[in-house]
Design a protein around this ligand. Structure first.
Ligand code: UDP
Length: 492
């Protein structure tokens, strides 16, 4: 069947997504990496340019393919948009394909996602039936992909959903990189089961990329392992600088703050065109926060491993009313994230917990589903919320990296986050934020949040140190340079 061109969604930079029968090609507009001159030291900028020029000449006519299972919602989609845009801006032919899957496939892959991070998820098996369902669903995407990829092309397969495509792509003569964005520092029985499930598909891959060294599976060939932590883009609607007036205007327009806007709630899309925040969030609350009220914010998908229930209970039971703070738990509209079937159930659990609170506590907690029709409108609302937050929390029970942490740090916000997974690489205790030794200890959580609400000087110092730490370690330039090194390694 000929690929069809259909309008994708509002908010994607330019063009249309190309729908193949079993794959969707996501349109990404080239963005000049020259933008980084604004935020990097001259030597760091020179290194970036050298790496990109080198990668382009090394690749020649070859294409770099990225394959994952969702075009929006979550950290992987967030990063792919930016890294692909800058690589294209450097003249590299790099593309993004999203596989389609049936509900059974996503049930199995969500189970793997949970188990690889040490949690049972729905507690189901990962046996022969699951292998069959997984392989059956990938069959058509794999066949289609094989028809597009030429020998020598580089294919980056992201996360467990796409691991099963590796053998087919090796057969097609591609260099295959499997990038796992999730993991656990000390693998338990669940993680081992997930590895056992995925291992056979990955044997012939050329390189395995993990976000931190402790995530690398012990059974994989150590010579094939590369460690590349994630990164954020300082020039997107998610992270662009916003004035206080515009932050307020955006939050008022989205229904997250009460008051009169003294600015226009606009934002600049990566293409340079202007967008306006028009949609309102769906909010469960007693009353909208007033302009002078302090916000403690967690932005995350509705996922149990982000522990929204723990954040809610920790806040109402251990952050005293006297601090005058409100908790905003924000996530995407449920149903909007294709590869995350549990979102609605988790939101429902949080909603029940909120309804069960006494009214005096309920009025301090706001459950927010952010509009997702326009990815950039969604992003700028997240940006405004993170910038307006007095404290940003990420009380995850497991975390591959936690882009939301770097996003908040880049905005100079003090963070309270769990001492787990990739969060530990971002936050240095007491210097760039506060780490929770036991993410399930609600008292410790409440004490850390209260501490930052009380000691504004300390909170500001941490925020400033956090911003510098992200500039040096977690912007896209470092990531692009590591990808360029990876190309060199693949060609050896
Ligand atoms: N995010 C968003 N809108 C939402 C909720 C989350 O844009 O309504 C973004 C968030 O800002 C971050 C990404 O989704 O960029 C989540 O990445 P993270 O690594 O924190 O967690 P993941 O979802 O990948 O587990």
């Amino acid at each position: 069947m000929e690929p069809r061109g259909l309008p994708f969604s509002e908010g994607w930079p330019v063009g249309v997504a190309v729908y193949h029968p079993h794959l969707v090609e996501v349109p990404v507009t080239a963005v000049s990496p020259g933008l980084f001159k604004q935020v990097l030291s001259p030597s760091a900028f020179r290194d970036l340019v050298a790496a990109l020029v080198g990668a382009r000449s090394r690749l020649g006519q070859r294409v770099v393919w990225n394959v994952n299972s969702t075009s929006r919602g979550g950290g992987v989609a967030e990063m792919l948009q930016s890294l692909i845009a800058y690589a294209r801006g450097a003249g590299i032919d790099i593309r993004w394909l999203v596989i389609q899957g049936n509900p059974e496939f996503f049930r199995v892959t969500k189970r793997i996602h949970n188990q690889i991070q040490g949690f049972p998820g729905d507690g189901g098996e990962l046996g022969d039936r699951e292998h069959d369902a997984y392989e059956q669903s990938l069959l058509d995407s794999g066949r289609e992909l094989k028809g597009m990829v030429r020998p020598g092309d580089i294919v980056l397969l992201h996360d467990p959903q796409t691991a099963g495509l590796a053998p087919e792509l090796k057969e097609a003569g591609a260099r295959v990189v499997w990038r796992c964005h999730v993991g656990i520092d000390s693998p338990n029985e669940w993680a081992l089961k997930a590895w056992e499930f995925l291992g056979p598909y990955l044997q012939d891959a050329d390189v395995y990329v993990f976000s931190r060294s402790t995530f690398a599976w012990k059974a994989l060939d150590p010579a094939k392992i590369a460690i590349i932590p994630p990164s954020i883009d300082p020039f997107t609607p998610k992270n662009n600088v916003l004035t206080q007036a515009r932050i307020a205007a955006i939050l008022i327009q989205a229904g997250l703050l009460n008051g009169y806007a003294a600015a226009t709630p606009y934002y600049v899309r990566p293409t340079g065109t202007i967008g306006l925040v028009e949609r309102r969030a769906e909010i469960l609350e007693v009353a909208t926060p007033r302009p002078y009220e302090r916000l403690v914010v967690q932005v995350s998908r509705w996922d149990r491993l982000k522990d929204p229930l723990g954040v809610l209970n920790g806040f109402v039971n251990h952050v005293a009313r006297e601090h005058g703070a409100h908790l905003v738990l924000a996530g995407p509209e449920v149903g909007a994230v294709a590869d995350d079937p549990e979102g609605a159930v988790v939101l429902d659990e949080v909603t029940q917990a909120w309804r069960a609170l006494p009214e005096s506590e309920r009025e301090r907690v706001h459950l927010v589903c952010l509009p997702m029709q326009d990815a950039e409108e969604n992003a700028v609302i997240v940006n405004a919320l993170q910038r307006r937050a007095e404290v940003v929390v990420q009380k995850s029970l497991a975390e591959g990296f936690g882009l939301t942490v770097s996003e908040a740090m880049w905005k100079g916000r003090p963070v309270v986050a769990s001492r787990i997974g990739g969060i530990q690489d971002q936050v240095e205790q007491d210097k760039t934020g506060l780490l929770l030794n036991d993410p399930t200890d609600l008292q410790e959580f409440g004490a850390a949040v209260s501490h930052l609400l009380i000691d504004a000087d300390r909170a500001n110092q941490m925020g400033a140190a956090a911003e510098e730490h992200v500039r040096e370690n977690f912007l896209n330039d470092r990531h692009l340079k590591q990808y360029a090194d990876l190309l060199g390694r693949l060609d050896r």
